[in-house]
Design a protein around this ligand. Structure first.
Ligand code: PLP
Length: 390
C-alpha cells in the first residue's frame, strides 16, 4: 500500500515549483541582498518579488511584510514587541486556553515579568464567548492575541467581532493565522487586525521561513537585533532561498485557493461521513461549520490513541493525536481539555489534516482500513479488561 500523508497541519511537503524557484538562490544567485554590486542586486529583486507575492495572498502592502524564521518567531516578535512598546502605560493581555505554545508560552513569560494575563476558555464546540471577552477587557488591556484557526480542531475564531472590540478600545490585536493562511481566504485589507502570522512550512514552502504582517503605523521593536534588514524590524542576512520559496508558495496558494478549498472540503466531509457510517461510538471535536476545510478531529470511544497511531503508521498512514509540538509528550491535549473532553476521551482522539497532495483514493483507503483496526483495538481492550477481572 502506498504511504498516505494526512498530517498537513503539522507540516506540508515543499511544492515542486517552490523548490524549482528556490534552487538558483543556493549557487548562481548567492549574493547578499544588501550588497550593491551585481551579486546583490538580482537577489534583492527576488526578495522584492517574494514580498509582493506574500502581500498579494493576504492583501496587504509589501511594506507591511516582515520575513522571519517561521510562525513561532513571528508570534514572539508580535507579542513581546507589543508588550515592549505599550507595556509602560498598560499592563493587561488577553489570550485563550487553546493557543499554540508559541503564544501560550510568550504570555507566560510576560506574566512572570509582571503583566496581567487573562486566558479565555472555549465552549464544547471550541468557540469563544464574546460577552466573556468583552467583560474581560479592562482599562489596562493593551493586547489581545487569538488564533485564526486551531491547529488541533480547525475551529475558526470570529475575527471581525474580536477585532472590532479591540479596535474601538485602542487594544492591539494579534491574529495567529499560521493554520489559516493558504487554507482559507484572509484579507488583511479589511480585517480589523494589527498583525498576522505566516509559517512557510504549513503552505508548501520550506521549514524555517515565515512572515509577520504588521499594519503600517504600528510601532513594533525588533525581537532580533543587529543590522537594518526588514526595515529595521528583523535583523540578520535574509534567508533568501526560503523567502523566494515562501513567495512562490503564496502565489500558488492564491491561484489555487478557490478550487482547493472545495476539493479538500469534499474529501474531508467524505472521510468524516465514511467514518461515522462505518464505526460506532465516534465523536467529532470542534464546531461542525466554523472549521478549516481540511481538518477532522475525532474521538473513538474505548480506543487508546497510541495503538491506533501505531497500527495506522504500520500500513503507511500518517495522522496525529493533536499538535505536532506535543506529539512526543504523553500529556493530554490542552485544546481538547478546554473543549470539555475528559482525559480518556481526549486520549482517544486523532486529527486528520488533509492537503493539496491528497486524493479521493487516499480517503477511500482510510475509510476501508480504519473500521477493522478500530474493532481490533476495541476487542483487545475488552479482552484485557476481562482478564483483569478474572
Ligand atoms: C496555530 C499555530 N501557530 C504557530 C505555529 C508555529 O509555527 P512554526 O512551526 O512555523 O514555528 C503553529 C505550528 O504548528 C501553529 O499551528
Amino acid at each position: 500500500m502506498k504511504n498516505i500523508y494526512l498530517d498537513n497541519n503539522a507540516t506540508t511537503p515543499v511544492h515542486e515549483k517552490v523548490l524549482e524557484a528556490m534552487m538558483p538562490f543556493f549557487r548562481e544567485a548567492f549574493g547578499n541582498p544588501s550588497s550593491i554590486h551585481w551579486a546583490g542586486s538580482t537577489v534583492k529583486k527576488a526578495v522584492t518579488t517574494a514580498r509582493e507575492q506574500v502581500a498579494s495572498l493576504v492583501n496587504c502592502s509589501p511594506s507591511e511584510v516582515v520575513f522571519t524564521s517561521g510562525g513561532s518567531e513571528s508570534i514572539n516578535t508580535a507579542i513581546k514587541g507589543t508588550a515592549a512598546s505599550r507595556g509602560k502605560e498598560l499592563s493587561h493581555c488577553i489570550t485563550t486556553m487553546v493557543e499554540h505554545p508559541a503564544v501560550f508560552n510568550s504570555f507566560q513569560q510576560l506574566k512572570r515579568q509582571g503583566f496581567g494575563l487573562s486566558c479565555l476558555g472555549v465552549d464544547r464546540d471550541g468557540m469563544l464567548d464574546l460577552d466573556e471577552l468583552k467583560s474581560t477587557i479592562t482599562e489596562q488591556t493593551m493586547m489581545i492575541s487569538v488564533m485564526a484557526a486551531n491547529n488541533e480542531t480547525g475551529v475558526l475564531f470570529p475575527v471581525k467581532e474580536i477585532g472590532e472590540l479591540a479596535a474601538t478600545r485602542g487594544i492591539s490585536f494579534i491574529f495567529d493565522s499560521v493554520q489559516a493562511i493558504g487554507k482559507i481566504p484572509l484579507d488583511f485589507g479589511t480585517l480589523p487586525v494589527d498583525m498576522l502570522t505566516v509559517s512557510g512550512h504549513k503552505l508548501h514552502a520550506p521549514k524555517g521561513i515565515g512572515a509577520l504582517i504588521v499594519r503600517s503605523g504600528v510601532r513594533l521593536p525588533p525581537l532580533i537585533l543587529g543590522g537594518p534588514q526588514e526595515n529595521n524590524r528583523r535583523a540578520g542576512t535574509e534567508n533568501v532561498s526560503g523567502i523566494v520559496g515562501l513567495g512562490k508558495a503564496c502565489e500558488i496558494a492564491r491561484n489555487d485557493l478557490d478550487y482547493e478549498i472545495v476539493r479538500i472540503r469534499n474529501m474531508r466531509n467524505a472521510l468524516e461521513q465514511g467514518i461515522i457510517e462505518r464505526i460506532p461510538n465516534v465523536k467529532i471535536n470542534g464546531h461542525m461549520d466554523k472549521r478549516l476545510p481540511n481538518t477532522l478531529n475525532i474521538s473513538f470511544k474505548e480506543v487508546y490513541v497510541e495503538s491506533l497511531l501505531t497500527d495506522l503508521n504500520r500500513i503507511g498512514i500518517a495522522v496525529s493525536a493533536g499538535s505536532a509540538c506535543s506529539a512526543e509528550s504523553r500529556e493530554v491535549s490542552r485544546v481538547l481539555t478546554a473543549l470539555g473532553l475528559d482525559s480518556t476521551t481526549a486520549r482517544s482522539s486523532i486529527r486528520f489534516s488533509l492537503g493539496r497532495e491528497n486524493s479521493q483514493e487516499d480517503i477511500d483507503t482510510v475509510i476501508e482500513v480504519l473500521p477493522p483496526i478500530i474493532e481490533k483495538i476495541r476487542n483487545e481492550r475488552q479482552s484485557q479488561l476481562a482478564k483483569r477481572k478474572n
